[in-house]
Ligand binder design. Structure first.
Ligand SMILES: NC(=O)c1ccc[n+]([C@@H]2O[C@H](COP(=O)([O-])OP(=O)(O)OC[C@H]3O[C@@H](n4cnc5c(N)ncnc54)[C@H](OP(=O)(O)O)[C@@H]3O)[C@@H](O)[C@H]2O)c1
Length: 244
């Protein structure tokens, strides 16, 4: 199994990669920090990875996406799966008073992923097999006053993935949308955790299973599916009165 992971230093992606490492997978790991990438590469080898290659990329540098993907394909002599897991939980208050901050968040969480997917879709469509998995969020299911910039980016991404899944199903390529709820990772270090917060390990394992089973949309943990069904259906006049 040859897997490209963008945002490979994310806590969630690392846990998913560990599961695939146990199967003896080969990895092309993409992220910004050479130190973190080296640590993760070594950890995956300890867990059984057959091969780990690394590539430094700030995903907001859209002009380098083509080069990165071509390098991944030539280095691993093809790709079977892709996992895209980078993201930032931006500061909503800062975004509300700054167009550039809003666009920065949108570029990281949405536009950069759409750019990668546009290139990768062509490759997988031609190959007529494989699996593309992207970590979106429950935040994309309904805009909330506390984080609607992040939510809008994830929501746009989820709709893009919906359409891509439709298109690529004709070519035998699976497109998996992952919608986690609150997970205890570096991204949420300053966010107050309640009873519903889950571990990166559990979510990472859930993503592994979803990729192997070529699922369509997975909520992780599972209970976010009924919760978001309720949240999506709260009438606007009521929703406006809630401090969510
Ligand atoms: N944690 C949650 O509660 C939660 C809930 C729903 C969805 N998610 C989604 O899950 C995914 C993984 O997040 P996580 O929870 O595992 O958090 P994390 O450990 O903080 O991982 C986020 C990753 O994104 C990378 N990244 C951010 N900006 C980047 C850029 N410009 N270029 C390249 N890499 C960049 C970070 O790299 P650096 O190490 O270089 O900063 C880091 O590896 C994200 O898409 C996030 O939106 C998380």
């Amino acid at each position: 199994m040859r897997i490209l992971i963008v945002g490979a230093t994310s806590a969630i992606a690392h846990e998913t990669a560990r599961c695939f490492a146990k199967d003896g997978a080969e990895f092309f790991l993409v992220a910004r920090s050479p130190e973190k990438l080296e640590d993760i590469g070594n950890d995956l080898k300890v867990h059984g990875a057959k091969r780990t290659e690394t590539f430094l990329l700030d995903v907001t540098d859209l002009d380098r996406h083509q080069e990165m993907i071509e390098t991944a394909i030539s280095t691993l002599d093809g790709l079977d799966m892709v996992l895209i897991s980078h993201g930032t939980l931006g500061d909503q208050q800062k975004c509300q008073v700054s167009v550039s901050e809003t666009l920065k968040e949108f570029t990281t969480n949405c536009t950069s992923v759409i750019s990668l997917l546009t290139i990768l879709a062509g490759y997988f469509e031609q190959q007529k097999r494989g699996c593309i998995t992207v970590v979106s969020s429950v935040a994309g299911d309904r805009g909330r006053q506390s984080n609607y910039v992040y939510g809008a980016a994830k929501g746009a991404l989820s709709v893009f993935l919906q359409g891509l899944r439709n298109r690529l199903s004709k070519s035998g390529v699976a497109v998996v949308t992952v919608k986690p709820g609150l997970i205890d990772t570096p991204m949420t270090a300053t966010v107050k955790k309640g009873l519903l917060a889950a571990s990166a390990k559990g979510v990472g394992e859930g993503i592994y299973r979803a990729m192997k089973q070529r699922k369509e949309v997975v909520y992780l943990p599972w209970f976010w599916r009924p919760i978001m069904l309720i949240v999506r259906n709260i009438p606007e006049p009521v929703f406006k009165r809630l401090s969510l």
